[in-house]
Design a protein around this ligand. Sequence first.
Ligand code: CA
Length: 523
Amino acid sequence: MLAILNYPAKLTLKAFLGLIALVLSISTSHAQTAKRPNIIFIFSDDHAYQGIGAYGNKIVKTPNIDRIAREGALLTNNLVTNSICGPSRATLLTGKYSHLNGYKRNDRTKFDTSQTLLSETLRNNGYQTAWIGKMHLNSLPAGFDYWNVLPDQGHYYNPEFIGQPNDTTQYTGYVSDLITQFATGWLEKRDDSKPFFLIVGHKATHREWMPDLQDLGAYDNVNFPIPSTFYDDYKGRKAAADQDMTIDKTMRMKFDLKVGVDYEKDFLYNRLNAEQKKVFKAYYDKVSKEVTDKNLTGKALVEWKFQRYLRDYFSTANSLDRNIGKLLDYLDKSGLSKNTVVIYASDQGFYLGEHGWFDKRFIYEESLKTPFVIRYPGVIKPGTKVNDLVVNIDWAPTVLNIAGVKTPADMQGKSFLPLLKGTQTAQVPWRKEAYYHYYEFPQPHHVYPHFGLRTNRYKLVYFYQGADSWELYDLQKDPKEVSNIYGTKGTEKLTADLKIKLKALMNEYKDDEALKILATAKP
Ligand code: CA
């Protein structure tokens, strides 16, 4: 400052005032930039909302996800457009339905990175961007300044990561810990002159649910209640009857439930080091012995499988939640919490024994809805609940809105920040119907392709391939969706109205393929 004050000897007064103005304007613009919040999007895989404390589960412990919800907002009706992994990630990045972003199935489709991306848009607007952990889009991250991602599904133990520019390194340890370690490592070394957008992609709680060693047996003393639809007879629902995703018939004793594993030969386990194998084997040998000794059959065996499934699933979720806690602690200690938005979401919902199933795909509630909690200090009131129909096409526009960036024209969702802040007015009504379209068939899990809509009360579905059948549910009277009332007396007007709305949604979202199918659908 002294240097500047001494300088005017050689400057005119006008030039000096101009210099002062310039200094002030630089510091003002710096202050404005500094005000733009950082955004962390923690994105897990297959983590069911009904398995989270904040969503009402009284048995399992998810204190850190619950903390985000308590300190911010929880969405009770966050729906996905297409309930599988890759398509949900593609929708997060593009804000578009699968038929427009090109990623309809979890197959070997390469994600088209030439379209407008959330990452690129944020980067073009001054954000530093990073994706760390699971991505699984058959392409390297695009629009990210930094990335370190799992190849494909990745492994729970001693996973490989693909770092920049494209080299694969194997690390020793458990995947959720490593992802957190890499995320905080990047936060340490990032360019702190810019706000950041960081996606922390978790592998948990994807099949085959391999818990961290310290979490083995965490739920062994719990007897999980059997869902009321566990023994569903699928009456009046052909697609539900024809799937291949039951705990009874589809869930595998060895690879899903770790019974009789050969730790030297089986590919998920022979990558464990000697110490990991020892602890893992000791635990699952006991499990294997138990089921062999009991010689279970029929209902007793199915219910044993159900208990083992949930014990592995929730033990795996323990590390996920603990690592979310580590990240929150890091934000607290580094002073970043105040100006960092933290979002936790799963790519879709999951069945925890409802209808006798595991997996996802169907438009039914457990897989259509996904958990979403968000903390935004000073903006979202702690304990906020949003019950409106939010769809995952809204995620990108919302993140952009938080960053002060306008939604690009080709994104199909809209920002729900006004819902989170409680400033959405009746003059600008929120959507009353949400559109869904699922494609992947026949394998895995043999779920017939279908489209449909969900309103606040009803759900209309058409399974256009395989089943060729309509379904209609009144969620108020039948929240478990076991009574298909399509074609029953008294539903004629309701059905006709919903079909008009369905067609309008297909037009709005430009799903031409669905419009053609609808035009020739059976009545
Ligand atoms: Ca998934």
